[in-house]
Design a protein around this ligand. Structure first.
Ligand code: PMP
Length: 279
């Protein structure tokens, strides 16, 4: 496996060590990012780093500048590979377990890559669940127990994603944002503290607007979603993925729909252009 980055060092994964007194381990006190890398280039890397800075600011974690532009090529290596870059910053290690924030911060910075397999071009299935997570899902926190349990409930139902609702209103997926085609409009819940502002979500909205596709950021009720013509989930590692089944029932015609085919084409074209421009 490729080397990992830990606090300034590049190491074989088995040589990387952190203390059990790290606040990330004790409290889940940290934030992270996942950046897709195509042909060796971090796709929309700036947008991901901006979001990382917003997450850090939201948890009041001020860190010295991290030289990501030097770290990324070393982690990715010289081959033009497709991989995912994972970045994590915790509030670091202190002598005692104390809920109060330390005055002097010595963050733990960890990063590694894994090979990215292209997302399936077939439809996948989803289930619906009550969103029992906390009220700051806009922060990309490493404390992901809610997301993990919700994703597991999807796995146990032989589904790929759990779509989450607060009192009947759609928020997002356990590790994705959600779009639906409703009465001839592409809809997605508006940004709020209840969902992560996805980089892929923003790109899909941008591509739809550029093409003049009718689209709207608005609240979506569970009953309405059950009648959607198409449902997609979006994320950096799964791109735009069509859901063809929800809670065991077909979504729309139960097949990949025309809106998704069009969006996937725009998405792939945008990606290729972006990569060509960042050669
Ligand atoms: N919501 C959640 C809870 C996620 O974990 C993710 C994936 N990290 C997303 C949305 C999608 O965000 P992005 O498109 O930036 O990967």
């Amino acid at each position: 496996m490729a080397q990992v980055y830990l606090n300034g060092d590049f190491l074989p994964p088995e040589a990387a060590r952190i203390s059990p007194w790290d606040r990330g381990f004790l409290f889940g006190d940290g934030v992270y990012e996942v950046i897709p890398v195509y042909r060796g280039r971090p796709f929309l890397g700036e947008a991901h780093l901006d979001r990382l800075h917003r997450s850090l600011a939201a948890i009041d974690l001020a860190v010295p500048a991290i030289p990501w532009q030097e770290i990324f090529p070393k982690l990715i290596g010289p081959a033009p590979r497709d991989c995912a870059l994972y970045l994590q910053i915790t509030r670091g290690t202190y002598a005692t377990r104390d809920h109060r924030l330390p005055e002097v911060v010595r963050p733990t910075v960890f990063a590694f890559t894994w090979d990215l397999t292209p997302p399936p071009k077939c439809g996948v299935s989803g289930i619906t669940r009550e969103d029992f997570r906390w009220d700051r899902c806009d922060i990309k926190s490493i404390a992901l127990l809610g997301n993990v349990l919700l994703r597991q409930s999807a796995t146990e139902a032989q589904a790929q994603e759990a779509l989450l609702f607060r009192k009947g209103w759609l928020t997002e997926g356990s590790s994705s944002n959600v779009f639906a085609v409703l009465e001839g409009k592409l809809c997605t819940p508006p940004k709020s503290r209840r969902l992560l502002s996805g980089i892929t979500r923003a790109l899909v909205l941008q591509l739809a607007e550029q093409a003049g596709l009718p689209c709207e950021e608005r609240e979506i009720h569970q009953e309405e979603l059950a009648k959607a013509e198409e449902i997609w989930i979006t994320s950096s590692t799964r791109e735009v993925l069509p859901l063809i089944q929800l809670d065991g029932k077909p979504v729309g015609a139960g097949q990949i729909g025309p809106w998704w085919r069009q969006m996937d084409q725009w998405f792939q074209q945008y990606k290729q252009k972006w990569l060509a421009a960042h050669d």
